[in-house]
Ligand binder design. Structure first.
Ligand code: PGA
Length: 256
């Protein structure tokens, strides 16, 4: 009984004015007809205005239930870490989810598995729900090592994470070659990887945990391809970048 989960990763787009207009536009046409979990992950500077706009719309329409995610955290609670933001600070703004280990953080900002694992632990310890991103490069896929590579990222990302915490974690399988490129993994390829991830979770924890964990696919998901992706048995949702920053597209995604 896994509840589908569609999240928009806005990346470095939408300033705080654009972000609150997005919420206003979304609420005008909003119907959560699929009964799914929905989140948007704005830039840090737009979180507060999204939270305020979403709260206001929810007062008018109780069904308008949009969760807020952040795109990153630092693992320390507070202190001399110039430019960084803690899980606590985000909780205080009403943030529920946090994307951790996105390939853009891994590749551009050189985040390694050890740092990602620390961030996952910090998020959980401070009441945020991590969305752990994993996925291979094209080179790795062409060498036939995609599954091994991705499952290793799962292994390290979840290192020493207790079984009781897993219900708060979402996994996002995002093959790097499919992100922002217009190239989507075929639903079958994505399904195969998500099924391997589920089996890995069973091995690391137990069957019941594996059956309940939410696994998203991400990489060039758009209104025209989301339904075939969501039909796959081990894909429970989508983490969407480019197609999530226009309210009409996002609406079409959540009504897939
Ligand atoms: P995309 O990005 O949908 O633009 O490919 C997905 C992501 O990076 O989360």
């Amino acid at each position: 009984m896994r509840r589908p989960f569609i999240a928009g990763n806005w990346k470095m787009n939408l300033d705080h004015n654009e972000a609150s207009s997005f919420i206003d536009e979304l609420s005008l046409k909003f119907k959560n007809k699929n009964d799914i979990e929905i989140a948007v992950c704005p830039s840090f500077t737009s979180i507060r205005s999204v939270a305020v706009a979403a709260e206001k719309e929810k007062e008018k329409n109780n069904h308008f239930n949009i969760k807020i995610g952040a795109q990153n955290i630092y693992f320390e609670k507070s202190g001399a870490f110039t430019g960084e933001i803690s899980a606590d600070m985000l909780r205080a703004l009403g943030v529920e989810y946090v994307i951790i280990g996105h390939s853009e953080r891994r590749v551009i900002f050189k985040e390694d598995d050890e740092l990602i694992n620390k961030k996952i632990k910090s998020a959980l310890a401070n009441g945020l729900k991590p969305i752990l991103c994993v996925g291979e490069t094209l080179e790795i896929r062409e060498k036939g090592k995609a599954v091994e590579f991705t499952l290793n990222q799962i292994n390290s990302g979840l290192d020493l994470i207790d079984i009781s915490e897993i219900k708060n974690i979402t996994i996002a399988y995002e093959p790097i070659w499919a992100i922002g490129t217009g190239k989507t993994a075929t639903p079958e390829d994505a399904q195969q990887m998500c099924s391997s991830i589920r089996m890995k979770i069973e091995k690391l924890y137990k069957k019941e945990i594996a059956e309940n964990i939410i696994i998203q696919y991400g990489g060039s998901v758009k209104p025209s391809n989301i339904s075939e992706i969501m039909e796959m048995p081990d894909i429970d949702g989508a983490l969407v970048g480019g197609a999530s920053i226009k309210s009409d597209d996002f609406l079409a995604l959540i009504n897939y």
